[in-house]
Design a protein around this ligand. Structure first.
Ligand SMILES: [Zn+2]
Length: 266
C-alpha cells in the first residue's frame, strides 16, 4: 500500500500542518473507505491524498491571505474551518543593474502579460489523478540563496514577495524532477528566463526558472530524478541559480515545507 507521502517524509512523521500565509493547511476530510472527496478552497479544487485510513486535504494558503478563520468545502455539502496564523517573512533590498527589468517598456509589458497568462494557466492546472502526496526530493543540490516569502525591493521599488526558493548552483548543474509528473509548459520568459513547469496532479505544480538549457518537452511525463534541464542565469537574475516554485490549488507555497531532504532554513 502506498502511504501518503504527503506527510510521510523520511521519518514517517505526522503530517506537517503549516497554516500560515504561504503555508499549507493539512486537514482531515474523512475516512478513506469513502471515495476521494471533492474539496474546494476559494472556489478552487484542493489536493486530497490518502494517509493511512484517512483522506487528508493539503490546502495552499495565499501569501496575501489575512490571518484568522478560513474554511474548505467538502463534497459541496459541509465546511471545515481552520485558523490562518501569522508568519513573519524577512525583507530584502536588491540592486538590479539592467534597467529593463525594473521599468519594462510598453512592448516588454505586452510580452510580460502574454507570458503571465501561459504561466498562470500552467500553475493553476487541475489534473484529476490519484496523488501519493506532496513530498518532493530536492531538484538540485546547493545553498539556498534566499527564501520564500521575502518582501523584496528592487532599486528601492517594492515588488511582489518572492514566491519560490532560490538554490545557488553553478551554471550547467543538472536539475532533476523532484517527483513524478507531466511537463505542462516550457518557454523562455522575460522575467523567469528558460522555464519548465511540471504538473504532479490535483493542482500540485512545480516550476523551475532561469535555466541555461531545457531537456524536456511539453506533454512529456517525467519520473523522480529524471533530468529536466540545467541551472543558468536567464531572465531577471543576479547570478546563476535555480528559482524553484511550488504550487497547490493555484497558490504559491513555501517549497521548504515539501522538500524531504532540504530542511534546514538558512
Ligand atoms: Zn527566485
Amino acid at each position: 500500500m502506498l502511504l501518503g507521502l504527503l506527510f510521510a517524509a523520511v521519518t514517517g512523521a505526522a503530517p506537517e500542518h503549516a497554516p500560515w500565509p504561504g503555508g499549507i493547511a493539512v486537514i482531515d476530510v474523512g475516512p478513506a473507505e469513502a471515495p476521494r472527496p471533492v474539496v474546494e478552497f476559494d472556489e478552487r479544487r484542493v489536493l486530497v491524498a490518502r494517509n493511512g485510513d484517512r483522506w487528508l486535504a493539503a490546502v495552499g494558503i495565499p501569501l496575501d491571505a489575512p490571518t484568522g478563520e478560513m474554511s474548505i468545502r467538502v463534497n459541496t455539502a459541509r465546511n471545515i474551518a481552520f485558523e490562518v496564523r501569522e508568519h513573519a517573512y524577512r525583507e530584502q533590498r536588491l540592486t538590479v543593474k539592467n534597467k529593463k527589468y525594473v521599468t519594462p517598456d510598453e512592448a516588454q509589458l505586452e510580452r510580460i502579460g502574454r507570458e503571465r497568462k501561459i504561466i498562470d494557466s500552467a500553475l493553476g492546472n487541475w489534473r484529476d489523478v490519484d496523488v501519493d502526496g506532496v513530498a518532493l526530493a530536492t531538484p538540485v543540490d546547493g545553498r539556498r540563496s534566499s527564501s520564500f516569502g521575502l518582501r523584496r525591493f528592487f532599486n528601492d521599488q517594492p515588488r511582489s514577495p518572492h514566491k519560490g526558493m532560490d538554490i545557488a548552483a553553478s551554471e550547467g548543474t543538472a536539475i532533476v524532477a523532484p517527483g513524478t509528473g507531466v511537463v505542462t509548459a516550457t518557454g523562455d520568459y522575460f522575467f523567469n528566463g528558460k522555464t519548465v513547469i511540471i504538473d504532479h496532479g490535483q493542482g500540485f505544480v512545480t516550476m523551475y526558472c532561469h535555466l541555461s538549457t531545457i531537456n524536456v518537452d511539453e506533454g512529456q511525463p517525467v519520473e523522480t530524478g529524471e533530468p529536466i534541464g540545467a541551472v543558468g542565469a536567464t531572465g531577471r537574475v543576479t547570478g546563476p541559480h535555480l528559482h524553484f516554485g511550488t504550487y497547490l490549488n493555484g497558490t504559491a507555497v513555501d517549497p521548504a515545507l515539501l522538500l524531504q531532504t532540504v530542511t534546514a532554513a538558512e
